[in-house]
Design a protein around this ligand. Structure first.
Ligand code: HEM
Length: 477
């Protein structure tokens, strides 16, 4: 056993032995110095956290192996975490997918890459960044759906054209756009990777290596002379070049970024369409809204060429609500921050939590989103849950709800406007063009089952197969 693991175990035993269980917040008990809890967490994070919350309430301490965490599921406390200064609670770079030389890479991410993302994906600049996204996505969907005689995977239909069109508009034609399969192999293996089991490990490892190689080749281009990636792609490439990051190390950082860019957006597009297929009335209402918006814009093509700002409009009130509702159900936990020093975190009700140096703070968003006092019938997909509010441009329609799917404060999701826009366009195209019939090969019913190991966001191993038929008005398509 390495000395590191031994030190971890000794620290954990020491910590659990001396911890005062009567203090606030309460401590989840452990028989094996946190390692029993660590194992239970890895096997089924959602079930473990839900049990802890039932035992201890909305704020509690738990040791997962050598990690000491304060877990919160109350909206107010989560907001206090997001707004705490980085001198007290710092973002832990390991959770950004950067594991090697991370202090250096993390600095580049925070200093250069995130501000660029913030600028390019803000509501004001998004239109410039995503020019041609709609038409490219339409073309990708057309290519994939030429043969209507065969059933098609809903995962592939909602994900592959989206992945490819996004990469093309952001990074230009030099980007390895044929990397969808490898990306998905890696993405699907995340629950297993986190659990450190060897099952499924090799294909995921090989996919990661191929992705890293093609990203390194992309970064090592001599010049960026594509006219089609001058806005975001060229600026991000310049950051890698200026920081001497065109080697494997740069490719690792680029892969972490690519993952942040795609994983939740792809997952949510798939889950949203599956939820709608399981709710025929909701499906019909969203489609009616899309059809009348297409009429208002004149044609689907005109709508797809419109800027994201034009789609941030009450004409898509129900669709936007459906997107936010899907994210409410599928985002699990966020906001991992590590305490730089001992300090007291003051809560709104005047209580204090004494945070110890080295402890992690962690928001159990799923628990907050399953709170029946804030969300009626919280387990159910309710298509118009957020459609009742007056529509406000540049707002996500969730004001007034304890809603945390995009985090908050200084580190709130910098891609949220892009994500909502992209998912909107996927749904507009698919619902406007096609009727969906479930294919014979579906065994598990229409709703995909959440994978028990899902961590961060819901994962599923289920797919849904559908037969598409062009709608009456689109027979010529
Ligand atoms: C449905 C889609 C998405 C969801 C649910 C989502 C969710 C989140 C959440 C919860 C956080 C905060 C994490 C924390 O506090 O530790 C976050 C951060 C971030 N997201 Fe997203 N995200 C999505 C799409 C995107 C996209 C498309 C991008 C584009 C690049 C993006 C880029 C980022 C970045 C750069 C951060 C880090 C911000 C910072 O630390 O300052 N996200 N995201």
């Amino acid at each position: 056993m390495s000395s590191f693991i031994l030190a971890d175990i000794v620290t954990a035993i020491f910590y659990s032995y001396f911890f005062d269980a009567s203090s606030f917040p309460p401590q989840v008990r452990s028989l094996l110095a946190g390692y029993d809890n660590g194992l239970l967490y890895v096997l089924n994070p959602r079930a473990f956290l839900s049990r802890c919350q039932q035992q201890c309430g909305p704020i509690y301490r738990v040791s997962l192996g050598s990690w000491r965490l304060v877990i919160v599921s109350s909206g107010d406390v989560m907001s206090s975490i997001f707004s705490a200064s980085s001198q007290l609670l710092r973002h832990d770079p390991v959770h950004q997918g950067v594991k090697t030389n991370y202090a250096y890479l993390y600095e580049i991410m925070i200093r250069d890459l995130y501000p660029l993302v913030d600028r390019c994906f803000s509501p004001r600049s998004l239109g410039q960044t995503t020019q041609m996204f709609g038409p490219m996505l339409l073309s990708g969907i057309k290519n994939l759906t030429r043969d209507h005689s065969k059933s098609i995977s809903l995962m592939q239909l909602t994900n592959e054209p989206l992945y490819t069109a996004t990469n093309l508009v952001l990074f230009g034609s030099a980007f390895p756009t044929d990397s969808y399969k490898d990306f998905q192999t890696l993405n699907k293996s995340i629950p297993y990777r986190v659990g450190r089991t060897l099952l499924h490990y090799w294909p995921s490892y090989a996919a990661r290596m191929r992705l890293l190689k093609s990203l390194r080749d992309y970064l090592q281009r001599e010049e960026v002379n594509d006219s089609d990636d001058k806005f975001f792609g060229a600026s991000s490439w310049q950051i890698f070049k200026d920081n001497n990051l065109q080697s494997l190390e740069g490719a690792r950082l680029a892969l972490a970024f690519l993952w942040a860019l795609h994983t939740n957006t792809l997952g949510n597009s798939f889950f949203l369409l599956s939820f709608l297929l399981g709710d025929p009335n909701g499906f019909a209402r969203v489609r009616a809204e899309i059809d009348s918006a297409v009429e208002k814009f004149g044609s689907l093509e005109a709508l797809l060429q419109a800027s994201p700002d034009k789609l941030d409009d009450p004409s898509f009130k129900l669709l936007t609500s459906a997107i936010m509702e899907t994210m409410r159900l599928t985002v699990l936990h966020i906001g991992i921050r590590q305490a730089n020093c001992d300090f007291d975190l003051k809560l709104k009700d005047g209580k204090m939590i004494s945070i110890k140096k080295g402890e992690y703070m962690f928001g159990d968003v799923h628990a907050a989103h399953m709170d029946g006092t804030a969300f009626s019938d919280p387990e159910t997909f309710v298509v118009d849950r957020f459609a009742q509010q007056p529509y406000r441009k540049k707002h996500l329609q969730t004001d007034g709800y304890p809603y945390h799917s995009f985090g908050g404060g200084r580190h709130a999701c910098k891609g949220r406007w892009l994500a909502v826009y992209e998912i909107k366009v996927v749904l507009i195209i698919l619902l406007h063009l096609f009727d969906f019939n479930l294919a014979e090969e579906n065994s598990a019913g229409c709703l995909p089952r959440f994978h028990p190991r899902s961590n961060g966001v819901m994962h599923t191993e289920d797919d849904i197969f559908v037969r598409l038929s062009p709608r009456q008005a689109e027979k010529g398509f």
